[in-house]
Design a protein around this ligand. Sequence first.
Ligand code: PHE
Length: 347
Amino acid sequence: MHNQPLTGQTLEQLAAEALAALESAADSKALESWHVVYLGRKGRVTQMIRRVGELPKEERPAFGRRANELKRELETAYEKRVQAIKAAEMEKALAEGAIDVTLPGRPVARGRLHPSTQVLRRIYQIWADMGFQIYRSRDVETDEYNFQLLNIPPHHPARDMQDTFYTTEEGVLLRTHTSPGQIHAMREYCPEPIRVILPGMCYRYEQISARYEIQFHQVEGLAVGYNVRFTDLKGTLTDFAQRMFGAGRKTRFRASYFPFTEPSAEMDVECILCDGQGCRVCKHTGWLEILGCGMVHPVVLQNGGYDPTVYSGYAFGMGPERITMLKHGIEDIRYFWGNDLRFLEQF
Ligand code: PHE
């Protein structure tokens, strides 16, 4: 065709030939090469348009107009054909089962509650069901509330149990346990009877390791009233353990010591991982220690404003991170505040 003299006729012929070729292009590959052959930068239509100079001057504008028109028409026809073939190819893939329409969609990433928050809320729920209200007090405490009013005088050896973060202000520190909340609650409610839990963050000046963190939650409990006995403490805590770890879960109490309770005890639950058979987590004892407790010391009752000859009470303190670790066999407490999604996403 290159050798033929250029006329309007040759242009029409090329367009007709291109359309026919387009009709017989059967897949996207064939379509692609069609586009290169006819409409590409070195394609036949493009090249013919470039030959406009071979025409007598007066024929050139009409030729140019018609050439551009035909080019646009071919582009449109090409786009249409692309869509048609795409649809046909999709249909075919569907029919052959290459696209699995039953695959689930891409899930939207969702946030969730921190494992400690989840366990805290479960603990609140159980104590709420048993008639305990939440009482909150501040993380920043005085030496007086954190130690002295809890029967821990300035040089009492029990202070070694809790290495403390002190502030630059004399006598002001970060609470090492939630027990100072007992004094706040008693001073607020006295002389009414009390049934509260006191949850919150506690801080200790520790070398951080798999077993120790410098911050952790505690949930303290306090009941004060007439004729509150050690049997009430045992029964209530045993009921809590069964609600928390499953009906029929055994508990045992071991004698212990805290300056602010007398007598004092620690409660163990039957290992929740091996059902008391003995495993790595319970160190083959079949028991897990989950809380400290005792009858509120008369000195502490008095410091709270209650006459210890009239009132009595019990108190307990547990660590939700420790409970979570035991429940899930987590071996390193640093995961809790490590902000590692690989850990957090498992809860
Ligand atoms: N405050 C104690 C601790 O930090 C726990 C405790 C609370 C013990 C209340 C007895 C009564 O270990």
